[in-house]
Design a protein around this ligand. Structure first.
Ligand SMILES: Cc1ncc(COP(=O)(O)O)c(C=O)c1O
Length: 353
């Protein structure tokens, strides 16, 4: 607290990201990073970028990166916006497209950064409870709104929503923007990107942090109608002209172009997830249906906080959410390598003995 702070700062409750521990040799399954490194082509592109040209500013429009992203998704470059991680992209989305006189709607259990952006930008919002299966029921969104946002698959539940339901939501909400945050979409959830040319009110955000193994490079993007993209560009150019540095642009282009590596990595993660789910169920865990690179699980005898603490004693870190109360019995486990899954299962078997 300080007399020098502006009023908005006094009232902020910032987002708290998952722990990045300083200890080595931990089995780190707490922040949904990819257990496999980025494509070797990304590393080569980054090395090539370590050159005299670093004295020059990067391209403020990131045109080459937008072209690579547009090509991958079969869109036009003016339908692409890029930013420093999808968190920055989302921040601009909240300010540029979701601040209206009617409230923004999002699920009561979802990405906990959403209410933080609302507080930062003074956006009124209403949370819509997930149903008793932790699913989004789109009929609950039939109410006046200034926009709708949720991740698909949702986080931290991991549950995907069918594309048909998203289409219904877009048709019912022609006068507000529907944002689908697809941070985890590549691990088995159907993307809404193919609806973009039909629905001018659809904005999809994606990231290179998860499926493309580049959480450390900080690149995310939004896809949508050119008018929506222009709104984001206006905010970005009123905030920071150069959110994508030379390394980020070079590495992200190589990652978007190495489709083969990306597909293979995603497939490995999905195979490990499906195998882990079966084994956890055999240990009496309830596992919510996942379309992501993480799972939300609970055990009938031990609660989420206790299990998380016991795993930590064995150098395995997973994530527990105290709030909302409905998910407190659960813990969220990021899918790691097969070897990490084996260590996790071994530790759980011992804890549950
Ligand atoms: C649902 C969701 N959206 C967006 C993000 C932001 O990802 P990044 O800023 O790394 O692109 C995350 C990060 O964990 C997330 O869980």
């Amino acid at each position: 607290m300080s007399q020098f702070w502006s009023d908005v700062v006094h009232d902020l409750t910032p987002y708290v990201p998952g722990e990045q521990p300083k200890l080595e040799n931990l089995v780190k399954l707490n922040t949904n990073e990819n257990p496999y490194g980025p494509s070797p082509k990304v590393i080569a592109a980054l090395k090539a970028e370590a050159a005299d040209s670093l004295r020059l500013y990067p391209d403020p429009n990131s045109d080459k990166l937008k072209a690579a992203i547009a090509e991958y998704h079969g869109l036009q470059p003016n339908q692409v916006f890029v930013g420093n991680g999808s968190d920055e992209v989302l921040a601009h989305v909240f300010q540029a497209l979701l601040k209206h006189s009617r409230p923004l709607l999002f699920p009561d259990i979802t990405y906990s950064f959403y209410p933080v952006y609302c507080a930062l930008y003074g956006i009124e919002f209403e949370t819509i409870p997930l149903d008793r299966h932790f699913e989004i029921n789109i009929h609950d969104y039939d109410r006046p709104n200034g926009g709708i946002i949720f991740p698909n698959p949702n986080a931290p539940t991991s549950i995907p929503l069918e594309l048909g339901k998203i289409e219904e939501l877009l048709q019912k909400n022609k006068y507000s923007v529907v944002v689908i945050d697809e941070a985890y979409v590549d691990f088995g959830t159907e993307s809404a990107v193919r609806l973009i040319n039909t629905y001018p009110n659809l904005l999809v955000t994606q990231t290179l942090s998860k499926a493309r193994s580049l959480a450390g490079l900080r690149v995310g993007y939004a896809l949508g109608n050119a008018d929506l993209i222009e709104a984001l560009t206006r905010v970005k150019d009123s905030f920071n002209s150069y959110p994508i540095d030379r390394f980020a642009e070079a590495g992200a282009i190589a990652a978007m172009q190495d489709v083969d590596y990306f597909e293979k990595t995603c497939k490995k993660v999905v195979t490990t997830r499906n195998d882990l789910v079966k084994r956890l169920e055999a240990l009496n865990f309830v596992v919510l249906p996942s379309g992501a690179n993480f799972i939300l699980v609970k055990h009938k005898n031990l609660d989420g906080a206790e299990l998380t603490a016991k795993l930590r004693e064995q150098s395995i870190i997973v994530r527990h959410f105290k709030n909302p109360a409905r998910i407190a019995p659960y813990m969220r486990i990021t899918i790691g390598t097969e070897a990490q899954s084996a260590l996790l299962l071994q530790a759980l078997t011992q804890i549950l003995k």
